[in-house]
Design a protein around this ligand. Structure first.
Ligand code: ALA
Length: 495
């Protein structure tokens, strides 16, 4: 039992900065971090998931799966901004205290012991790899819209995944199970664009492509420009009648809406992994995390208010709601520009997450919790190439066959769980290592951190039962793998 909760000493997690072969260069300021946060945050959530949250969701037999938030979606965004700020503060404390690339996995190894660290590492697969499945599917939807706008119509059986057809309440989409071409008796229903973008991003990463602050800044400018265009056109076309009813699903709708658009906020935590590359992390990390979060919250609230004023919220239950809303008010060409901006935005998210996932595995493999080959680095490109390639292939294949709705929920529950454990980790380390230097300290930690845990738990509660069951299975599989492999190979006990 004691071994299961053995903590890795922080000193072992820290890298000697004088050793240039093992430490990174401090090149990022607060402005770069804010840009990185916006780069990783704004993507499929605001360009895609927002639609289901506003319109709600009904099952194939007409049963309500989630209540509609309607125009009250802005309250979902405000609630989420607050909850993420609590977790963001806790991330800032741990990131400045343990400036190491493993992120939440490394913090929990130091704060809560090996078992919890493994669970977090396993859980982060939901945030990065499974999250990217949802982003890739959303990318595919926008890409298809974009091609259609220039007169290229891809065959629907090559842009719709089998699982999506199976789950869709829309008879046209569901009917594809019957009408699609067949191979060995099975309907061929593949989301080829989603597969292709993940493989392309993987290829880029394998070449050693780095998400430089500059390239990211260009993509952020594109994102912000198209959102500004959307807001500008949308504001000029608001019909106040669309704001009634304001909260069709009542508080349940706002709560369930928050649980799904939480996806739109994921990614601000990823910049905590830049701690080692930041000048003066004590000052800049909290500014980057909280500044990025504040800007994204503001943008989201405005987009939420505008889109639900442009068209009736019931029209938004599609995969590309921003482009659809513009189409519905007659701005098809602007819709195409927004669709282009969405593909750029989501490609950036895909790249950052697809970059992050192998590195978490890499950190875990270095600690002996995963097989050693996962940590193998290409001597020329310095990329953990095997992990990058395998994760790329698996995410691409899953994006080709999977459904976005299911993956959004799993990602949200997994990330919320990680956020809650980070908040708990701050408290644990305050008790166990009270004297360790904390370059950034969470103010009123005994209020903020428990509130952070409670807020995450509350948002998690808004997720459907099936998501909880899947999450339970996910953790169970993870535990089995740990007991079968990581427990016996951990380098903490066998250096
Ligand atoms: N927040 C990121 C997105 O919305 C994951 O795409």
């Amino acid at each position: 039992m004691r071994q299961l909760f053995q903590r890795k000493p922080i000193a072992e997690l820290l890298v000697d900065e004088a050793d240039s072969s093992r430490s990174l260069k401090r090149v990022l300021g607060a402005g770069d971090l804010i840009m990185l946060a916006i780069g990783a945050v704004i993507g499929a959530g605001i360009f895609g998931a927002i639609g289901t949250a506003a319109a709600g969701q009904v099952g194939p037999n007409g049963e309500v799966i989630r209540y509609a938030a309607g125009p009250a979606l802005v309250f979902s965004f405000i609630l989420l901004g607050g909850a993420c700020a609590l977790a963001g503060l806790c991330y800032a404390e741990l990131a400045s205290m343990i400036p190491q690339a493993g992120g939440a996995y490394a913090y929990s190894y130091a704060a809560l012991g090996e078992l919890v660290a493994w669970i977090i590492g396993w859980d982060l697969i939901l945030e990065y790899a499974i999250g990217n499945i949802a982003v890739a599917i959303s990318w595919g939807d926008y890409f298809t819209t974009l091609l259609r706008s220039v007169g290229i119509d891809l065959p629907v059986f090559l842009t719709t995944a089998y699982r999506t057809a199976m789950l869709s309440p829309n008879p046209d989409v569901h009917g594809l199970l019957e009408t699609a071409p067949r191979f060995l008796g099975m309907p061929v229903l593949l989301n080829v664009p989603a597969f292709a973008i993940v493989m392309f991003v993987t290829w880029l990463l394998l070449r050693g492509a780095k998400e430089s602050a500059r390239a990211n800044a260009v993509m952020v400018v594109v994102k912000l420009a198209v959102l500004a265009l959307f807001i500008g056109v949308g504001m000029a076309n608001i019909n106040p009648a669309n704001y009634t009813p304001f909260a069709p699903g009542g508080f349940t709708g706002i709560h369930q809406g928050a649980a799904i658009v939480f996806f739109a906020y994921i990614g601000f935590d990823a910049i905590s992994t830049a701690a080692e590359e930041t000048y003066n992390p004590k000052r800049n990390l909290p500014r980057g995390i909280l500044g990025g979060l504040a800007i994204c919250t503001l943008i989201y609230v405005i987009v939420g208010a505008v889109i639900t004023g442009m068209v009736p919220y019931t029209e938004l239950g599609v995969a590309d709601p921003l482009a659809r809303a513009l189409e519905l008010i007659g701005y098809t060409r602007v819709g195409a520009i927004v669709a282009f901006g969405a593909t750029v935005s989501m490609a950036a998210v895909l790249l950052v997450f697809q970059y992050g996932q192998p590195r978490i595995f890499f950190a875990m493999a270095r600690d002996g919790l995963m097989p050693e080959w996962v940590a193998r680095v290409d001597p020329k490109t310095r990329v953990p190439y095997r992990a990058t390639l395998w994760i790329g292939v698996i995410v691409a294949a899953a994006s080709m066959l999977g459904d976005a709705g299911e993956t959004y929920n799993l990602t949200n529950i997994g990330t919320l769980f990680a956020f809650a454990l980070v908040c708990a980790g701050v408290m644990a380390l305050r008790i166990m290592e009270p004297d360790r230097e904390r370059p950034f300290k969470v103010p009123s930690v005994w209020i903020i951190a428990p509130l952070g845990v409670a807020a995450c738990a509350f948002i998690m509660k808004g997720l459907p039962r099936e998501t909880w069951i899947l999450f339970g299975w996910w953790l169970l599989i993870g535990m089995t793998i740990y007991l079968g492999y990581g427990y016996r190979h951990s380098k903490l006990r066998r250096p």
